[in-house]
Ligand binder design. Structure first.
Ligand SMILES: N[C@@H](CCSC[C@H]1O[C@@H](n2cnc3c(=O)[nH]cnc32)[C@H](O)[C@@H]1O)C(=O)O
Ligand SMILES: [Zn+2]
Length: 426
């Protein structure tokens, strides 16, 4: 599909804090040209960009899309109670079909709020991949790996996912290993995962130092921090997404900065589960790639990156307005997320030759008036409803606030039905 976006304001995220005017020519899956000139180009679709801001689609670098049936199911508790008493017992009853509809529900929510890629950790991931055939989103998929894993069957499933789906769906899908966390694994298990990650050159997705209890118990168990345990087991020798990172010591940060590890900030989930709030500036100052995620809609309780961008900005400024400029937060949600997924040469900025993962934000509304500083407007004034067009891999998937491929009504009906059945399942 060839698309022309004409006369649009563009935040490329590649030219620094500059908004330029121009036309974006999308040929098949790539950005062919960004220019003020008219070029000879035949298009299937033209979008009048006059009232819009074009920018890279958001990269949600940590989520569990299969969990969206658990939305508003367990609130007002901290992480370990939430997992042990509420979520894990319910997950025992989850079936493949639930994860299919939960995934589609999440994909719809992400697309309509401007997310084009995500990194996921869950199980029944073949259902999430099946849902991706419909939604056309870009994703890094990992199978959550925990110690209740007889004969390493889960590791095997994770490898199967890699063999079957790596680079599938026009290259939109990549597969990672998902060792869940230090408290659900042990050193032998982590070393086994590292062995296969090296063999298949697969990246890794973990939860890291999310709560103070996680750290304290790890130190009691191993005499080491979670970061030290993962390092000893070789995990960081593979490109790694480390979600949360709230309780990292200076030594931990020094370790992470030596490797290709991206920390992912999940502000809503961290606040809601009373885990704490990440000092983003401290991580960035250590030259560690800091990306952004929503975590699942069971602990957030939605999947809007616009909300995470806003929260990250505002809460980071609680004691110093100089903390975290608007542009730095936008980097976390775009190019840093792309780097976390190993895709920074392909997505994350709008540049000629890159894949076209582009969103258009509607500026013709009270909350964007006057158009004074559009970069500031993104964290401070933009709402989810302002996302009007979403293009993924050169394919228009959201057209003037309507889904092109997804049937929203059908998804809502089936997700609701699945949840009712799940609740009544013994
Ligand atoms: N227990 C599953 C695999 C785990 S998938 C990833 C797990 O992460 C859990 N999870 C979701 N959000 C968080 C979080 O913020 N911290 C820790 N775990 C989480 C989620 O409930 C899920 O159990 C099996 O049967 O094989
Ligand atoms: Zn998580």
């Amino acid at each position: 599909m060839n698309i022309l976006i004409e006369n649009v304001k563009i935040l490329t995220m590649a030219d620094g804090e500059l908004i330029k005017n121009g036309n974006i020519y999308i040929e098949n899956e790539k950005i062919k040209k960004i220019t003020n000139d008219k070029i000879d180009f035949s298009y299937d679709k033209k979008i009048d960009g006059k009232n819009y801001l074009a920018m890279p689609g958001f990269v949600n670098a940590h989520t569990h899309v299969g969990m969206s049936l658990f939305r508003n199911f367990s609130d007002d508790v901290e992480l370990m109670t939430w997992l042990n008493e509420k979520i894990w017992p319910l997950e025992d009853k989850l079936i493949e079909e639930d994860v299919y509809w939960a995934s589609l529900l999440s994909h719809a929510e992400m697309i309509m709020t401007g997310t084009t890629s995500f990194a996921d950790m869950y199980y029944f991931e073949d259902q999430t991949i099946k849902a991706l055939e419909k939604s056309k989103m870009r994703a890094q998929i990992s199978r959550g790996l925990t110690l209740e894993d007889k004969n390493y069957k889960k590791i095997e499933e994770n490898i199967e996912l890699f063999k079957k789906y790596e680079n599938s769906q026009d290259g939109r899908i990549n597969i990672a290993f998902g060792p869940h966390a230090v408290y659900t694994t042990d050193k032998n298990y982590l070393k086994e995962i590292n062995k296969y990650a090296k063999k298949y050159k697969m990246p890794i997705h973990i939860h890291l130092s999310e709560t103070k209890i996680e750290n304290d118990e790890c130190i009691k168990r191993f005499g080491q921090s979670p970061t030290e345990v993962f390092e000893e087991c070789g995990i960081f020798e593979n490109r790694t997404i480390a979600a949360h990172g709230l309780y990292l010591s200076d030594k931990d940060l020094d370790i992470l900065s030596k490797y290709d590890v991206s920390v992912v900030h999940n502000p809503s989930s961290n606040l809601k589960l009373s885990s704490g709030f990440l000092d983003c500036t401290r991580v960035i100052n250590k030259k560690i790639n800091l990306a952004m995620g929503t975590d699942s809609s069971a602990s957030n309780n939605n999947l809007s990156m616009i909300k995470e961008i806003s929260l990250t900005s505002l809460v980071s400024k609680y004691n110093n307005p100089q903390n975290l400029k608007a542009y730095d937060v936008l980097k976390m949600a775009t190019i840093n997320g792309a780097k976390a997924l190993g895709l920074d040469d392909k997505i994350g900025t709008l540049e000629e030759g890159k894949l076209a993962d582009i969103i258009l934000i509607d500026l013709n509304n009270p909350n964007h008036t006057p158009q004074n500083n559009l970069i500031s407007s993104l964290p401070y004034s933009t709402f989810d409803k302002d996302v009007s067009y979403v293009i993924i891999n050169g394919d228009l998937v959201y057209d003037d606030k309507k889904f092109v491929y997804l049937n929203e009504k059908e998804i809502i009906k089936n997700a609701e039905k699945s949840f009712q059945k799940l609740r009544n399942r013994k």
